[in-house]
Design a protein around this ligand. Sequence first.
Ligand code: HEM
Length: 487
Amino acid sequence: DRSRRLPPGPKGWPLLGNLPQLGPKPHQTLHSLSKFYGPVLRLRFGAVDVAVASSAAVAENFLRVHDSNFSSRPPSSGAKHIAYNCQDLVFAPHGERWRTLRRMCALHLFSGRALERFRHVRAGEVARMVRGLAAASSPEGTVAGVDVGGMVNACAANALGLAVVGRRVFDDADCGAEEFEGMVVELMKVAGVFNVGDFVPCLDWLDLQGVVAKMKKLHRRFDEFLDKLIAEHRALTNERDMLSMMIRLKKEEEEEEDRNGGMLTDTNIKALLLNLFTAGTDTTSSTVEWALAQLIREPGLLFKAQNELDSVVGRARLVSESDLPNLPFLQSVVKETFRLHPPTPLSLPRIAAADCEVDGYLIRRGSTLLVNVYAIGRDPASWPDEPLAFRPERFLSGGRNEGVDVKGNDFELIPFGAGRRICVGMSLGLRMVQLMTATLVHAFEWRLPEGEVPEEMEMEEEFGLTLRRAQPLVACPLPRLAPEAYL
Ligand code: HEM
């Protein structure tokens, strides 16, 4: 009976299954395996069945046709030890609490109106970053170079921090979070590890990779930081940010007789804040870093993007968000970056609530679904024109992938996932990536530090929940706009 056939996949080890075969870059290993076994791959991680989707058609089957069957995430040590035992939004099981948290974010942080409310904040933080870069440049451009990713990361985190908790979270001396950046990076690293104990229950207590110990330690640091923020906010009288709004909603809920199962707890609030900071900073900034690296590597593309910006924005001011719709080439650069460097290469896992059939194969209840967004972005069936080359033109008029977008409808390009658990912060993430990339390209000429040449730039990846550059991008910015644009 074909419908009872399990998907093909490599034989695993006793007890551990395929875990030891994943290697340091699981997205690449799974990509190679899918070339051999096909776009629906079955693995076993310890006691857990894993289905890996590696083509647009299969991803659509899972995330559109069977979306409701895959609407929760599998249990994991990250969910337990970092995300307050699933009291957050990212790991909440599909149900009332997930819906409440999601609705709250969608309405108060990511709706068109909410985005407008904080537009000036983003613009201010981007201008601040530009000033920092301008100050770091020397007229000859022969300085050692600046850590572009670090600057972009601080900008994204601070813009988010101001909207969510009313303050910058990087380089703000009295915030008590000087190490905040390091904490997020560390969190993404540990959250990306396939922890043996998650899949082989009898080995859980051993914490073989030391991941759980790291998670618990990190969690304590985050928790202290969040407690402090909440305590401060209770004393505030004006509602200036998302956190004060949550505290008010919670209070109102408590005052109501009938609580309608709303049940926002302090822990939910902390867990949600943690989600926003971790899901929203590294993903955004690493995309910008990759985009700029690709453009520096191919000066012809950088030149083209700058020409577009000069003709739309001119050279007297910085780019603003309202310019973005008029920058089709820049938007294609961003799409192409998401295609080749998806920030979360294996998306976020889902779990099968019941048996189902995908592509003629049985996917058993309890299976973990991994969508290999990285492999889908390189699949020649979806990307006929030089799938491994950085070619933004493919999205433009006349290109083979004209009109393809990242918003969860075109399954060949799903950096934000798709279906009901699609990234809730997509509108903000996309806008920040576009704005920061456009600004860096427009406001500066970019040179590599002395002795380096574009063709030989290192483009290695370092795996984690987010796919960062193994070598941070270090480059020298040279202002190219009228001096008043930098004031
Ligand atoms: C370039 C930027 C970003 C990328 C590529 C990205 C990617 C993703 C992906 C792949 C998922 C899982 C979707 C699925 O299961 O199908 C996700 C979920 C999520 N993202 Fe993002 N994200 C980005 C920015 C943001 C931002 C700015 C925020 C908030 C400040 C955010 C918050 C979340 C949350 C809370 C979830 C969980 C949603 C749920 O489970 O219902 N993300 N994101």
